[in-house]
Design a protein around this ligand. Structure first.
Ligand code: NAD
Ligand code: ZN
Length: 366
């Protein structure tokens, strides 16, 4: 078992990673369980994994109350928040109880937010089941639902009490979802760890094809990177945590352009966005063309979009920049961008001219 601590004072917790962990989760959850049955919030695509978790809890003498939601981004809504809150209240959940989030980022974000506000805050345990959730969203305490005005606009910082990661559950994840999650793995290399990016170039294909050891290595490395960054800047106030947004400003514009639909998954948009962030950096003379080309080549080699054309985007630069102006990171008329001086050498630039971004995007192949 790999144990990675997230050090946040009295909000510290462990991330535990091991193949087959779901079937042994009961022993780790039992000490946190109270007298009431533990609520497990999940979605209807996770039936087999729910059964494994329930069996393990039962073996450890913990009764469970499953709450099964419809899968998909639409569940991060006001109406689902209300419904889930009422369900948990009707189960008598109390402040020192732990609610389990078994699922991808949608379930994790929703359960994280519900437990942030339920009785002014109760505990939750993340059991992430997508690669994206295992390497990114389950760690760090950002929780949210979507509002009419945009994604993740209503939420709270609320850290889980424990994160349990079983890489084996990825066996049932659709390959496209797996690949999308892999974009966030590559992100950690591009941010500040050129050696890890080189590892991705060598092992990424094997990881996606199912190599268990490559998966375990990538998950542990990614979680350790996220834990380090979150430990340094929990609430994104110093700029360190903002590094995790690499590719997300460009990516967000692509997601907005495709209406946040299945046409472009979040991780796919982030992949194209990272390629664009490097290409823009090279275009502005900040980083070598070879570095930008290397980023695009790896993303494309594993089947991720490496720019506008591969992401199926035909919109003009102006139209994409118009989406960026609605980004929640927009402050005082400027939008901070994660740019790169090279692979593993990204930094936050608050002086980017959006007209230059539009011009650059207009020059990208469609
Ligand atoms: P998701 O939760 O929608 O899961 C993707 C699909 O895979 C769903 O249909 C789900 O039912 C299915 N699924 C999940 N695990 C499975 C498994 N093991 N086997 C078979 N099917 C499985 O999507 P996601 O990519 O995990 O998360 C996306 C969400 O995460 C977005 O809402 C995004 O805003 C959020 N997010 C949050 C953070 C954060 O820091 N809180 C970071 C990144 C993303
Ligand atoms: Zn992301």
């Amino acid at each position: 078992m790999t144990v990675i601590p997230v050090s946040l004072g009295d909000r510290s917790y462990d991330v535990r990673i091991a193949p087959g962990l779901l079937a042994r989760a009961g022993d780790l959850i039992a000490p946190l369980a109270g007298k009431r049955p533990v609520a497990i919030v999940t979605d209807s695509n996770l039936g087999p994994h729910l059964a494994t978790l329930r069996a393990s809890l039962a073996q450890s003498g913990v009764a469970a109350e499953p709450i099964i939601l419809p899968p998909g981004e639409a569940s991060k809504s006001w109406s689902m928040l209300e419904q889930l809150t009422d369900t948990l209240l009707s189960l008598g959940v109390e402040r020192d109880d732990h609610v389990i989030a078994l699922g991808g980022g949608v379930i994790g974000d929703l359960v994280g937010f519900v437990t942030a506000i339920l009785k002014r805050g109760c505990n939750f345990i993340q059991v992430p089941t997508t690669l994206l959730a295992q390497v990114d969203s389950s760690v760090g305490g950002k929780t949210a639902i979507n509002a009419r005005a945009g994604k993740n606009l209503v939420g709270a910082f609320h850290q889980p009490a424990l994160v349990l990661i079983d890489p084996d559950v990825l066996a049932t994840l659709p390959p496209r979802e797996l690949r999308a999650g892999y974009a966030e793995v590559v992100k950690y290399g591009l941010i500040d760890d050129a050696g890890f990016f080189a590892w991705c170039e060598a092992q990424g294909a094997a990881l996606l094809a199912g190599d268990a050891s490559a998966r375990a290595t990538a998950i542990a490395h990614s979680v350790a990177a996220k834990a380090r960054i979150v430990g340094a800047d929990e609430r994104e106030t110093t700029g360190t945590r903002a590094l995790l947004n690499l590719g997300h400003t460009f990516g967000h514009a692509l997601e907005a352009e495709t209406g946040f639909t299945d046409r472009l998954l979040h991780g796919e948009a982030v992949a194209a966005g990272m390629a664009l962030a490097f290409a823009f950096s090279a275009d502005q003379g900040l980083c070598a063309d070879e570095d930008a080309a290397r980023v695009a080549a790896h993303l494309s080699a594993v089947g991720l979009p490496d720019g506008l054309a591969a992401a199926g985007i035909t919109a003009s630069g102006e139209a994409l920049v118009a989406h960026m102006r609605h980004d929640k990171k927009m402050a005082g008329g400027t939008l901070p961008f994660l740019l790169a001086r090279g692979i593993g050498r990204t930094y936050l630039d608050k002086t980017v001219d959006l007209a230059a971004v539009a011009d650059f995007l207009n020059r990208q192949p469609r």
